[in-house]
Design a protein around this ligand. Structure first.
Ligand code: ADP
Ligand code: MG
Length: 416
């Protein structure tokens, strides 16, 4: 690894040479010191570098890109067209990222537009017409605005792809490519995620200029404060097991993940009879209902949310104590993200995964991915089915954090 003074992590926001207004916003937000990803990414982003940043779930990736963007934003008087575009995979995450950015913008008038599907298009059109500095949105709706020419990209100097591996997976890729092509070539591109498979990394690099890679998760993707267990159970006993787990654990708040929308509906119907503080969420529900459910979860009015992977990424609710994978995620990276809805910023969390006969392979893949074995759990009186064959977790060959420094160190683009 090439070493560079920049690769040293920063322990205090004071070392970052931030504006006084940003410092007071940080203080107000209760951020006393930068998280590792923030300490590393903020100085590079302020220098105009393209960065691929990998860091565990719940470690403050949002602020790591929001702070440098806000610090370098021209006022609305100087520029009425968007200067930064932040692309995220879900509508709820768009709202959350916009709110976190607003919070860090405290003290400076900042126009942020959320451009996501399922929301009133006319309102978005009016907002863009009136002048916007930062756009946060989902690929579909952003792309829509590009086609309508309501979103002008000529002044964009920073594009962020949060949950970058999801953004670049096959579903979103065509829209993402078009969005990136529309933005000026000399823009800055920042990519963030807790999981960045090598293929995605290589693909991402083709959209970027000599990106630097920051890897704060090293070879260990599992958040240490999350206890992770599994149960073996027959398919037709899952809901009985769930009742017992809920009874034993009495979670403060829990998300129960199901594989399909129909399965989510079914489980919600069953649970809601016994648990009045239960809600559900999946991609076929009306946006108003999705918003309402998530708000009730944030307000603590819902104790149980039954959901698909639509809430698997990015959602930050610190009171979520338990994650239950009622259906095992088939993609081991989805596991990392689902479980990462708990244990945020050093808090404790606990996760249970139900494994039915024949799913041992998924468990093995998860354990390989997080480089840690899930502990087998049992509930007294509940007959477990035979455990899947014990899988040996192989130490993955992971080198030191990769840092690719451009010898022709690119000129500082925005820093004044
Ligand atoms: P990630 O995107 O890495 O999953 P988030 O950006 O959602 O994490 O941040 C997780 C939580 O930590 C949020 O509630 C955020 O406000 C909070 N947070 C971020 N940075 C700091 C910090 N430096 N100090 C304290 N809390 C922070
Ligand atoms: Mg995030």
């Amino acid at each position: 690894m090439k070493n560079d003074s920049k690769s040293e992590s920063i322990d205090s926001f004071d070392e970052l040479d931030l504006s006084p207004v940003m410092r007071s916003a940080l203080k107000r937000a209760g951020f006393s010191k930068p998280s590792p990803i923030q300490g590393q990414l903020i100085p590079l982003a302020l220098d105009g570098e393209d960065v691929i940043g990998q860091a565990r779930t719940g470690t403050g990736k949002t602020a790591s890109f929001a702070i440098p963007i806000l610090e370098q934003l021209d006022s609305l008087d100087e520029c009425r067209d968007p200067q930064a575009i932040i692309v995220v995979p879900t509508r709820e995450l768009a709202d959350q990222v916009a709110r976190e950015t607003e919070r860090l913008a405290a003290g400076v008038e900042t126009e942020i537009a959320v451009l996501s599907g399922g929301k009133n298009l006319n309102k978005q059109l009016r907002q863009l017409e009136n002048g916007v500095q930062i756009v946060v949105g989902t690929p579909g709706r952003i792309h829509d605005h590009l086609q309508r020419r309501s979103l002008r990209t000529g002044s964009v100097w920073c594009v962020v792809m949060d949950e970058a591996d999801r953004m670049l997976d096959i579903g979103f890729r065509p829209q993402i490519e078009r969005i990136l092509r529309k933005c000026p070539k000399d823009r800055q591109t920042l990519l963030l995620s807790a999981t960045l498979p090598n293929g995605v990394r290589r693909l991402a690099e083709s959209y970027m200029q000599d990106p630097l890679v920051i890897d704060c998760s090293k070879n260990d993707m599992a958040v240490e404060t999350i206890e992770q267990h599994y149960f073996t159970v027959a398919q037709d006993r899952k809901s009985d097991l769930l009742d017992l787990v809920l009874e034993r654990e009495k979670p403060e708040q829990t998300i129960i993940f199901c594989r399909t929308k129909r399965g989510t509906d079914r489980l919600y119907r069953q649970l809601s009879h016994r648990h009045p503080e239960c809600g559900s969420m999946h991609g076929d529900m009306a946006q108003r209902e999705r918003d309402r459910v998530l708000q009730r979860l944030r307000d603590g009015k819902l104790k149980i949310l039954v959901a698909t992977d639509v809430v698997g990424r990015g959602i930050d609710i610190s009171t979520i104590s338990h994650i239950i994978n009622y259906d095992v995620p088939q993609d081991c990276d989805d596991y990392v993200h689902r479980v990462g809805r708990t244990g945020r910023m050093g808090r404790d969390g606990i996760a249970f995964t139900f494994i039915v006969p024949g799913e041992g392979e998924f468990l093995t893949n998860i354990e390989r991915r997080i480089n840690k074995e899930l502990l087998r759990d049992q509930i007294e009186g509940f007959e477990a089915v035979a455990p899947p064959p014990v899988a040996k977790v192989e130490e993955e060959q992971v080198g030191p954090a990769k840092r690719k420094l451009n010898p022709m160190h690119r000129k500082v683009r925005r820093r004044r």
